[in-house]
Ligand binder design. Sequence first.
Ligand code: NAD
Length: 475
Amino acid sequence: MTSPHYIDGHWVEGNGADCITVHDPSLGEPFAELRAASVEQVDQAVVAARRALPGWKNHSASARAAYLRGFAEHLGQRREALITLQMRNNGKPRHEAEVDLDDAVATFNYYAGLAEQLPGRNADVPLAAPGFSARTRLEPVGVVGLIVPWNFPLVTSAWKIAPALAAGCTVVLKPSEVTPLVEQAYGQIADALGVPPGVLNIVNGKAETGAALSSHDGLDKLSFTGSNTVGSLVMRSAASQCRPVTLELGGKSAIIVFDDCDVDQAVEWIVAGISWNAGQMCSATSRLLIQDGIADALLPRLQAALENLRVGNPLTEEVDMGPLTSQGQWLKVAAYFATAREEGLECLAGGKNLDRPGWFVSPTLYADVPAHSRLWAEEIFGPVLCSRRFATEAEAIVLANDSHFGLVATVCSADIERAERVADALEVGHVWINSIQAVFVETSWGGTKGSGIGRELGPWGLAGYQSVKHVTRCL
Ligand code: NAD
């Protein structure tokens, strides 16, 4: 293993106070250790990124695009190693780890394409007033701090690194302390491609390292993905320096199933929305709204489907769902099981931690969960589905929108006009109609309300790393 921090083109050992232990959640056992970066090392990374900025932003956009295509190609070359590492450190089933890798590759290729189009977007602006000309210049925001969580480490970092580098920004990435290894690939690839030193820096660590980065006065922008609690701290750091932020935060999303829906298909979409990545998705559709007429047919089928999921160690078994990624998350979900018992919720499936080594829980379904239940309102971040019934379309919309969060939603109905109407009424950033949660690089990602500020992916993801300048001239 290389040293864990990539600063100014060099791999270095950490000299921070924190020791990070990396676990295999399927066994609950450690398999690697590293020392966190110190506050001084975070400073060195930001200073290196600042030094590299003029050179990188003055590279032609097509040269930056060539590097991004190189990232995509090298990810492909490391495919098997990165998939195995995600299976081991995240507990992801193989097919999920493959999807993550493919997503990261697609993201680098997509932003390479947008970088190639950048010169054409620096165009003249038609003015109504005579005697003047004006032109647009899309410039990089500058040095950007990127702080990410552990649930989709390869993907979340790709969604930030690729558009930032495409725009001409230089970056300091801080991966999660739960999964500090997989994103080292981005530093290794930068090395292999000869990306100029300081353009991409990686500092690993816990809260202290994250706080040192988010409060550093050498940054021009912060892009954060993670919990609302930490997001609010990061926003406060940014506010103290009047610095822009993008925040991708939590969710408690609804999946609405109407009477006319095909039951088999509905079961497939509901199960995928709560069991993918063991429910550790910001976009988990963990609030199930079922129309009265289909509820009695759907719930037993759903119960059976959840109970039939093969839960186990992805490295040694054929599984549909792995463990939770950390012991902390396992304890948090266990606490929600206890709350459900105290609240007297009706448990149709699961509701317990599995009695085996590792951090496994059973896929869980609660019925008729009242809106005042903590399980209905709070993000659990595990395979825990809460259901309620509704009578009318209007009631479903009110129930779905009754949340502090506003990340995503799914609508299942054979009546496409109705599904589109409901999609338009939902206060979220992304809606799926009769679909699993397919995320395409061309569409946006991000939430309304408490789910965040700004958008990633698509041209909006690039715009988040650009500053718009106009040059107006008297003719
Ligand atoms: P977290 O907020 O605990 O940690 C996220 C990152 O912040 C980690 O790298 C962590 O080390 C760092 N951090 C911790 N304390 C910090 C501080 N004081 N200052 C700066 N950085 C600090 O989140 P998590 O547990 O890693 O991830 C789960 C959360 O992420 C969930 O709420 C989930 O919904 C959210 N998430 C959102 C999206 C999205 O796109 N909206 C995607 C994935 C995950």
